[in-house]
Write a protein that binds this ligand. Structure first.
Ligand SMILES: Cc1ncc(COP(=O)(O)OP(=O)(O)O)c(N)n1
Ligand SMILES: Cc1nc(C(=O)O)sc1CCOP(=O)(O)O
Ligand SMILES: [Mg+2]
Length: 226
């Protein structure tokens, strides 16, 4: 791995903004995965610096997700990649995950903090709303997520965000911001330049025609904004 692409040395202790000259990659799982997904994940994580992986499985109950999680969590911990659980504070607790990502209907960041403890990383969906982002920051979130910036086939989105919200946020606040939604190596640069601390990516990595490793590598040139 290229030394120039190493992560903040404190990672994954916190969703640190790290050096402001760099943006980091935050992988989001496909909504459905196959039994061999741990190998696919390992290929992606070994291809370049990935700060965090979010387990975002839809249409399954928590027991089923918990059964699938173990090898994925191991792949992350072996590589110092933060393992974040989507949607469920209780599942994050059960798995001993590094953190949880909460949508607006998924629970309160304060409750997540109480249940998961001070070291847990709590992210909050803020759509295109400055108000929601400030609320999340006040509630103790470790990052705020804005999106969707581009059309996506991974989920139906009701909100579209403009890159300027990233510039507004990162100028005023120290708390890291994540950009999500339809991000590819071809369109992501504008978000990095606008101030995104993390690019959260699903489809562009897992459906890359040359495999997920190539998907991760394709983002490397975008992440340095110095
Ligand atoms: C990093 C990141 N940002 C936003 C989301 C979306 O979360 P949510 O609004 O809860 O929607 P679902 O993911 O549950 O469909 C996310 N998962 N990750
Ligand atoms: C999970 C999710 N949340 C979004 C939001 O706008 O809150 S967009 C999105 C899908 C991200 O997948 P892809 O990189 O394939 O577009
Ligand atoms: Mg959710």
């Amino acid at each position: 791995m290229d030394d120039d692409l190493t992560l903040d040395p404190d990672f994954p202790a916190r969703f640190d903004r790290g050096q402001r000259s760099r943006c980091q990659l935050y992988l989001v799982s496909p909504p459905r995965i196959t039994e061999d997904f741990a190998e696919i994940l390992a290929e992606a994580l070994d291809a370049g610096p990935v700060a965090a992986f979010q387990l975002r499985l839809k249409g399954l109950d928590e027991h089923a997700i918990a059964r699938m999680a173990e090898p994925l969590q191991l792949a992350c911990s072996e590589r110092d990649v933060a393992f974040i659980v989507n949607d469920s504070i209780s599942l994050a607790k059960r798995l001993g995950a590094d953190g949880v990502h909460l949508g607006q209907g998924d629970g309160d960041p304060r409750e997540a903090r109480t249940i998961l403890g001070p070291a847990a990383q709590v992210g909050v969906t803020c759509h295109d709303s400055r108000h929601l982002a400030m609320e999340a920051g006040e509630a103790g979130a470790d990052y705020v997520a804005f999106g969707a910036f581009f059309p996506t086939t991974t989920k139906e989105v009701l909100h579209r965000a403009e890159p300027s919200i990233l510039g507004w946020w990162s100028t005023l606040f120290e708390l890291p911001c994540v950009a999500i939604g339809g991000i590819t190596p071809d369109n992501g640069r504008i978000l990095v330049e606008a101030g995104a601390d993390f690019l959260a990516v699903c489809g562009a990595v897992w459906t890359h025609p040359d495999g997920p490793g190539a998907g991760v590598r394709a983002f490397a040139p975008l992440l340095d904004r110095s």
